[in-house]
Design a protein around this ligand. Structure first.
Ligand SMILES: NC(=O)c1ccc[n+]([C@@H]2O[C@H](COP(=O)([O-])OP(=O)(O)OC[C@H]3O[C@@H](n4cnc5c(N)ncnc54)[C@H](O)[C@@H]3O)[C@@H](O)[C@H]2O)c1
Length: 385
């Protein structure tokens, strides 16, 4: 099966490309390297040096004999590029990772908000129109986030909610209350995609993914030249990845406020398995299918405690810091999110344990000379004018 991966230069896109090509899929990747531009804009870099996409693809071919095609271009600005790529590669499934992925980045200024929503929403619209014209049967697997839901005081369902109102019943898209302009861009994407399923009979799986952690997959560990982009900074670093870097530096862990913020999380290896399950079990024509893609929930404070514990086992004295919360979010709240869809399809989760955190600490220690302390503490404030 031919699978096109949008965002193939990224943290998740590159490992997915290698993994799927090893599973026997014919893989092509799309990227315009804009993440590297956004990194330069805010003055951050991935912890581990990343070779160019071309170099990594060639090296993957050298050591495995497997080929990955690449198409370099912007899916949000260049609709012709999107049409041409899809008609040239003729994929059966498209995994769409190609978006600005950071909530803090989207909250820096009006421009960063506009850039996030322009890039994300227009890219998804171009993709929808190209598929409608080329082949409406192509299965879109779109990465959304668990953050879209916010923290409602009721159970979170997988995308849809059955409601009864004034004696009548209906099934509606789950009402979302996102906590940033970034998360809002994903909600707008979901609404556009659901509409496209209704009017054009497209088939879409929306993966509301939790927070991903991890540095390594079975493929990245084959050689340093296959590493993926790992961030520990306040913009693009996810919470556990950040805590590990802070532990290595001996800095107090950046728990915001009370640390009771509870989130769904998953290992990077499970992201790859989830998208594979989605490809192999496609949505029906006209179906907007939603899976909540996470395997475990932790509060931020619980995660910090896990890093303290893992650090202790390695002789590190890790402490938990007290930071004012730069975000506008509940620090103690109800959180019960359904996540049975992917498990029903056969997902066997990788659960977070001491060994996994300690391995992350080891890898980060190897590159700790590259950590820029100035990029760790939070500076972006949600309520700044
Ligand atoms: N990493 C996580 O914890 C996480 C959690 C939930 C959801 N997600 C979502 O998963 C997706 C991938 O996340 P990631 O962490 O790999 O991000 P990433 O920034 O590392 O990768 C995204 C890639 O897409 C490319 N891209 C962005 N806009 C593009 C455009 N207009 N045209 C072509 N290429 C473009 C970027 O250059 C980058 O290489 C994102 O949509 C993100 O919102 C990530």
């Amino acid at each position: 099966m031919r699978v096109l991966i949008l965002g193939g230069d990224g943290y998740l896109g590159w490992p997915t490309a290698m993994y799927l090509s090893k599973q026997g899929f014919e893989v092509a990747v799309v990227d315009n390297m804009i993440k590297r531009y956004w990194e330069a804009q805010v003055g951050v870099e991935p912890l581990i040096p990343i070779r160019s996409l071309r170099r990594r693809i060639d090296f993957w071919n050298e050591i495995t004999g497997l080929k990955i095609k690449s198409f370099i271009g912007d899916i949000s600005e260049n609709s012709r590029f999107v049409y041409n790529t899809i008609s040239n590669f003729d994929p059966q499934a498209i995994i769409h990772y190609a978006e600005q992925p950071s909530a803090p980045y989207s909250m820096v200024t009006r421009n960063s908000c506009l850039e996030t929503q322009r890039n994300n929403i227009l890219g998804t619209l171009n993709l929808m129109f190209a598929i409608q014209r080329h082949n409406p049967d192509i299965h879109i697997i779109k990465l959304g986030t668990m953050g879209e839901y916010g923290t409602p005081n009721i159970d979170i369902e997988e995308g849809w909610l059955d409601v009864e109102h004034n004696g009548r019943k209906d099934r509606v898209l789950y009402p979302k209350r996102p906590p940033s302009f970034y998360h809002l861009s994903k909600v707008h994407d979901s609404a556009n995609l659901e509409f496209a399923c209704r009017i054009w009979n497209l088939r879409v799986t929306d993966l509301n993914q939790g927070i991903v952690y991890g540095i390594e997959t079975d493929e990245t560990i084959l050689h340093d030249d296959l590493n993926t982009s790992f961030h520990y900074d306040e913009y693009f670093g996810t919470v556990l990845n950040r805590f590990v870097a802070q532990a290595v530096l001996g800095m107090p862990l950046t728990v915001y406020g009370k640390g009771g913020q509870t989130r769904g999380m998953l290992n990077i290896k499970d992201t790859l398995k989830c998208v594979e399950l989605a490809i192999n079990n496609e949505a029906n024509a006209g179906e907007f299918r939603v899976f909540n893609q996470f395997t475990e929930t932790f509060s931020v404070y619980q995660l910090a405690q896990k890093v303290v514990e893992a650090g202790k086992g390695l002789g590190l004295d890790v402490s938990i810091g007290e930071y004012g919360n730069p975000r506008a979010e509940a620090e103690e709240h109800y959180f019960n999110a359904r996540h049975t869809g992917l498990h029903d399809l056969g997902l066997v989760p990788t659960y977070l344990d001491n060994k996994i955190i300690q391995r992350m600490i080891d890898v980060v220690t190897k590159y700790q000379h590259r950590i820029d302390r100035a990029n760790i503490e939070p500076t972006v404030k949600w309520n700044s004018k």
